[in-house]
Design a protein around this ligand. Structure first.
Ligand SMILES: *[C@@H]1O[C@H](CO)[C@@H](O)[C@H](O)[C@H]1NC(C)=O
Length: 189
């Protein structure tokens, strides 16, 4: 009697386990496809934050990289992705500066100097950074990314020295953090 019971429950378990495993693998595949953070992102952000010298938070890294970088396999991929994100950012900021330059406020002179700085970031430093990361030339990449990180600092300086509110302080802050994140990811690639 006891044997029959345990046989019954054994076959019951086997019938249940196969669909359960199938369900779990479907859920796993779905979570990967829907862009849940691939496991490389949290650990990369923890390490990048560790070498970032406080220039960005771990949360900034997670929010910048999560949900976009499903195809990223390693830190070099994430660095390249971050360079492209910074390029999109700087390009959008350049367009914003152009629209602000239409007016004739107290900030015009500062905005013109920022325009020249962002132009160099968009057309020289970031394309050079992209090519260097892609080719695995990480020393060169860090040099170009450092030049990129300097752009928002120099841009903000004009406004700080004159006590004029910067109309692009948020954008400058974003570009500085993205460039420093890219440097950190490059140094752990
Ligand atoms: C610029 O970067 C910030 C921080 O990652 C992000 O929130 C914002 O959407 C980006 N903007 C563009 C235009 O890429």
């Amino acid at each position: 009697m006891a044997t029959t019971t345990s046989m019954a429950s054994f076959s019951y378990n086997r019938k249940c386990t196969a669909p359960l495993i199938r369900l779990l693998s479907i859920l796993f595949a779905a979570s990967v496809i829907s862009g849940e953070p691939p496991s490389v992102v949290p650990s990369a952000c923890k390490r990048a934050y560790g070498v970032g010298g406080g220039s960005f938070t771990e949360e900034f890294c997670l929010s910048a990289l999560t949900g976009h970088s499903v195809g990223a396999a390693d830190n070099a991929d994430l660095a390249l992705f971050t360079v492209d994100l910074a390029a999109a950012n700087a390009t959008a900021t350049e367009a914003k500066i152009d629209s602000l330059l239409g007016g004739s406020g107290a900030a015009s002179e500062g905005l013109r100097s920022c325009r020249a700085l962002y132009d160099a970031a968009v057309h020289v430093y970031l394309p050079d950074s992209h090519a260097a990361v892609k080719d695995g030339k990480y020393v060169d990449a860090k040099l170009y990314l450092s030049k990129t990180a300097q752009v928002p600092v120099d841009c903000e300086r004009w406004f700080k020295q004159r006590n004029v509110a910067s109309p692009i302080d948020k954008e400058d802050d974003n570009l500085a953090k993205l460039a420093n994140l890219a440097i950190a990811l490059t140094s752990i690639a």
